[in-house]
Structure formats: structure tokens, C-alpha cells
Write a protein that binds this ligand. Sequence first.
Ligand SMILES: *Cc1c(COP(=O)(O)O)cnc(C)c1O
Length: 229
Amino acid sequence: MTETITESTVADNLRRIRADIETAAGEAGRDPRSITLVAVSKVQPIERVRAALAAGHRVFGENRVQEAKAKWPALKADYPGIELHLIGPLQTNKVKEAVALFDVIQTIDRMKLARMVSDEMHRAGRRLPCYLQVNTGEEPQKAGVSPRDVDAFLAACKAECDLTLVGLMCIPPVDQDPVPHFTLLADLARRNRVPVVSMGMSDDYPAAVRLGATHVRVGSALFGERKPG
Ligand SMILES: *Cc1c(COP(=O)(O)O)cnc(C)c1O
């Protein structure tokens, strides 16, 4: 399958996705301005990313530190006000680079990592908002803490490493209806008074918005299909 994604396609997609978010927010009686579209630019050709920047978009997500490091310092120099989210797994040996490059870390998933990120933020004098990744489907191969450990993890994190996690994020199992997962994540956030809820991707962001997402992470619906490999 071939497809031609031009600058205007990206701008059109951006408008359409923003309109969808607005509609879904309206259906749930929510203020659309309380929802942030995180444009997931991993693996996408740089022209598509620049097209989104040219259309005024400033919030992006990447899932690999190395890839982001190769791409974003130059773009950040060209476009002021960029907010870059790490949405993929973070290895402890990449913590220093991640804290220097990203503006939000969505994928805290174990205490050792929380401690290292907290220590590095102190050392670097950079306080980034961090979210806890929750493995709502309890999939063994997937990162994130189990839903039943969320309350204790948030409390321990605040007490033991001076890191207040301001958000929860999840990636529901690919083969399941995401609605129960979105509902669970929103409930966990409400119960713990965590203000940020990151959920919803290209196939399901309107449902996520209706169920309380404050951040949706949309890649292929905005930029086109990613090249495999
Ligand atoms: C790739 C990715 C997305 C975007 O996926 P699409 O289906 O292309 O919208 C969202 N969240 C995470 C964590 C991802 O890795």
C-alpha cells in the first residue's frame, strides 16, 4: 500500500482530529481546552513532523530516547514552545538523556526508575511532570504497574523519592475493547486525585475523551501509517 502524505494532509488531519476531540468533549460535557493532543511522531519522516509544526502544533510524543535525541534538539531550536513527551519505556541508563531532552515523562513504571528520575531532576535542576504507566490489561509483556498497585505506588513515590506523579497513562491490549481500560484508568486517577489521564490513540481517542482523557496520543491518524521496521 502506498500513500502520499503531504503537508496539507497533515494540516487537514490535525484539523479533523481537533474537531473530533471537540465533539467528543462536548458529548461528555467537558471543556475541549482541557484536552491535549500529543502528536506521536516516532518513525515518521521529518517533513510530516515539520508540517505539524508549521500548522502550529507544539506537543509531540516519542517512544525512544535515541530517536528523539537525533530529531528534536534541532526542531526545538527552530520552533519555540515545543513540549516533548516520552511515551515509551525508559531504561535506567537513559535517564540522564531523557531528563535533559523531554518535557514530560509518561512512562514511570517501577520504583527504581522513579528514584533515578527524581535524583536526576534534582541534579539537573529540571522538574518535569511525570506520569505513572498502568498495565490495565495486566499483560505480562507490557510495562506498567498493576492497577491494584497504583495507590501504593503513588504514595510510596511521593514519600520515598520526592516525586509527585501528576498523571496516569495506559496502553490497552490491542485485541480488546479499550472502554473498560479507559474507565479503569479514569477511576484510578479520580480516586487518587491525579489530574492528568493519558489514554486514547488513533483508533479510539474519541472514546478516551468521552471517558475523561486529558491527553490523547495520536500517531498514524495524524501523520499516516508508520513504515514498518
Ligand atoms: C505509537 C504510540 C501511540 C500512537 O499510536 P497510533 O495508533 O499511531 O495513534 C500512542 N501511544 C504510545 C505509547 C505509542 O507507542
